[in-house]
Design a protein around this ligand. Sequence first.
Ligand code: WQD
Length: 325
Amino acid sequence: MTTLVTGGAGYIGAHTVRALRQTSRDVVVLDTLERGNKEAVIDADLVVGDIADKNLVAEICHKYKITEVVHFAAYKAVGESMTQPKMYWQNNVDGTVALLDTLIEHGVDRFVFSSSAAVYGTPKSVPVTENEPTMPESVYAETKLAVENILSSPERSAIKSVSLRYFNAAGASSDNKIGEDWLASQNLVPRVMRALLDQAFHFEVFGDDYPTRDGTCIRDYIHVEDLALAHIKALDYLEHGGKTMICNVGTGEGTSVKQLLEMATKVAQRAVPYTIGARRDGDPVSVYADTRLANSVLDWRATHDLQSIIESAFNWHRTHLTGYR
Ligand code: WQD
């Protein structure tokens, strides 16, 4: 009995593989390595290939006796999804449909899906509950919502699933082995780390005239190791007969860009160099999670605070200045 992790060589996937191994599960990773790193796959078998390759997935199901799947494999750059929409629909949605078909043929009926708080777009109120209407503002978010809908549709009722809507994943592993390569990410924390560690990098805060306490946008930064544990809880829930559901995974705490910069300054013991730039198109003012569903149904809650996120990220980045290269 083995857990299949698609996209397990990516940032969140690799952390989840390690969390799974710590529960003594056997794990096999399926990853194209197009954007993942084989060095991030620790203590699990790695098969290099595509989720849409039905023969390959069938072979893995058979060889490893797969009973459950955690599905990360997808493209995740919001900006790129707007310029390459077809590529996103094909990889994220068509690829997932092919994967689900093969899994159903092989009797696999437990599936945890890597979704995103991006499906909410700009929520009307915060904290955001799972019942908030979904209003994707990018093709990336549309593809995540499309897969959630496919998973809830009667045609896929053979598979029970948990779609985890991640808020802003950040940080690195506590043993400093895996982190988020700043060359492969546009996200705030790796950029702030780069601003601290690479003099040639120019970091810009995207707008300080928002209607928030310090004028900068508010997000819910969740430690990647906490996020990884949510997948274990979701698998346990399904193993115990849980029904298909959608669940937020965040801390419930809103943090502004400036608050995060202050924490980075405290941790690094030097100021983060930055300038204030224009607002970024499509940025919602404030998004953070209502986590009651995850707390009650999955028995999960975040244990790391912002300081722990920034400390782990800083440690990883200053010892991996060229990422995995
Ligand atoms: C966070 C805040 C920026 C960079 C996106 C996706 C979401 C998920 C995570 C998943 C915002 C500000 C950022 C910079 C800045 N994707 N910022 N300067 O946009 O909340 O979420 O990534 O796979 O689906 O939408 O995350 O890290 O880009 O931005 O001021 O150089 O930092 O404006 O307020 P976001 P982010």
